[in-house]
Design a protein around this ligand. Structure first.
Ligand SMILES: Cc1cc2nc3c(=O)[nH]c(=O)nc-3n(C[C@H](O)[C@H](O)[C@H](O)COP(=O)(O)OP(=O)(O)OC[C@H]3O[C@@H](n4cnc5c(N)ncnc54)[C@H](O)[C@@H]3O)c2cc1C
Length: 426
């Protein structure tokens, strides 16, 4: 008899695992807490005049699985050809290279990071090697970058991991998918359905009762689903918050999950009546010192969308504001960046949406980052629980693109291969 596998999560990791297991002849059931698939892929098609990404947006380089799947799905890759503008103390520093965010001390910083023998958190590294007034601005830039883009806690994030990421910065072409990442999700769901996988949406799994060779998931609505194996692709946020109970407990795995880093992010999407930034160039990526420091435009001619990005301490401050104050903060930041009047800008807003990922009830954050010792924790979390439960998802990826769609796809593929390779019935 065919073996049955339950997958918790219809994000890209769960979907790719489901497809691979379906191809290999397993009976696959996917349980998803949300009303639809995608997880941290949230392509919004309603309310805006163009396709808008509330979650993942870019393919960060020549990432094999993402590009291969996009091609298989017949999706068009659009190169991101924008130029980056850095603004400091109200002054434009002009078109900056990707690395110029760290100023002239970049070379020295990278040299010290490369030579580091014993990994340590970035705040400790900066105070040991770049302490004192001379490096004050550098420390601030480094911390802001680690918090802003890696969503990292500077007291935990690995210096070595940041080095590995920054040394590759700007090397590869980046892409968007025409029509949005949603095309990839729809393609994978179609593949899974073709292979006979069953989907249950709005099925939040609260408890997993298991014994070797059997796992029973109990959903919030009381439904029970049983399989001979279980793949858990819930985010680190969900695992760390203990939202999923295991009986008997899997303490070693949960302890490993707690040693990995997971940060959050707010994405702000605003469509204006006119693309008032066009005089500065159609495709812009702005980094500034404003309350909402990072904004970018879309490459599509005539697009009137600006996307804001906010993480770390600035995000915490933003989330303490009421709704009207949040709108004010966005308009104030944009008014400073583009030297416009905030009230005039307010009249230009057609539609605005703030996506707070920490508030997403079954994601609880943005993406993972490497803490010191992350590889060991990941190895522990990746090991199966008695050949019955496997963890997967973006946080369980070892490679050059952590915290990405590529990471999630790769992990989903790898977990499926492990299950296929295990001894026993198919
Ligand atoms: C704002 C933002 C921007 C990003 N930008 C990019 C980018 O530009 N490029 C890039 O490559 N990556 C980006 N990422 C990262 C990327 O989106 C993720 O790494 C990837 O989508 C994660 O996929 P996953 O399948 O591992 O997890 P998820 O997408 O989180 O899927 C897990 C699924 O499990 C479900 N679930 C959780 N708990 C339960 C439960 N108990 N019962 C049932 N279901 C449950 C969740 O609802 C979710 O659908 C971004 C992420 C965010 C938040």
């Amino acid at each position: 008899m065919a073996s049955s596998i339950i997958i918790i999560g219809a994000g890209v990791s769960g979907l790719l695992a489901a497809r691979r297991l379906g191809e290999a002849g397993f009976i696959v059931t996917v349980l998803e807490a949300s009303a639809g698939p995608g997880g941290r892929i949230m392509t919004i098609t309603e309310g805006f005049s163009s396709v808008v990404e509330g979650g993942a947006e870019f393919i960060h380089g020549e990432l094999p699985l993402s590009i291969e799947l996009a091609k298989e799905a017949g999706l068009v890759l659009e190169p991101v050809n924008g130029h980056m503008v850095r603004l400091e103390k109200g002054r434009g520093l002009g078109d900056s290279g990707d690395r110029a965010f760290l100023g002239s001390d970049w070379g020295e910083l990278m040299g010290k990071m490369e030579g580091l023998e014993q990994d340590m958190p970035i705040d400790q590294f900066m105070s040991e090697y770049f302490g004192g007034q001379r490096y004050g601005a550098l420390r601030e830039s480094v911390f802001r970058f680690a918090e802003g883009y890696d969503l990292a806690d500077i007291r935990r994030v690995s210096t070595r991991a940041l080095y590995n990421e920054w040394v590759r910065e700007g090397e590869d072409e980046e892409y968007r998918l025409e029509g949005g990442y949603r095309g990839l999700v729809d393609f994978l769901v179609g593949e899974c359905l073709r292979l006979g996988c069953r989907f249950f949406f709005s099925s939040l799994v609260k408890e997993v009762a298991w014994e070797p060779g059997k796992a029973e998931c109990v959903a919030a609505d009381g439904e029970r689903y049983t399989g001979s194996g279980l793949v858990v692709t819930a985010s680190l946020g969900v695992l760390q918050a203990g939202l999923l109970r295991f009986s008997p407990a899997v303490d070693g795995h949960m302890e490993a999950a707690s040693r990995l880093g997971y940060g959050s992010v707010v994405k702000i999407l605003i469509e204006f009546r006119t693309a008032f930034w066009e005089a500065a160039g159609q495709t812009l990526f702005v980094i500034s010192e404003e309350d909402i420091p990072t904004w970018w435009t879309q490459p599509v001619q005539g697009s009137r969308l600006l996307t804001g990005w906010l993480a770390g301490g600035r995000m915490q401050a933003f989330l303490r504001l009421g709704e009207a104050q949040r709108v004010d903060a966005c308009l104030r930041s944009l008014a400073h960046i583009f030297s416009l009047d905030a009230e005039a800008l307010r009249k230009e807003v057609v539609v605005m949406r703030i996506v707070d990922w920490a508030a997403h009830p079954s994601v609880l954050g943005g993406y993972s980052y490497d803490t010191v010792g992350a590889a060991d924790a990941r190895a522990q979390l990746s090991a199966s629980v008695e050949g019955t439960i496997w963890f997967a998802g973006e946080a369980l990826y070892e490679g050059i693109a952590p915290g990405t769609v590529e990471a999630a796809l790769t992990s989903g593929q790898e977990v499926a291969e492990k299950i296929i390779a295990r001894p026993g019935p198919r």
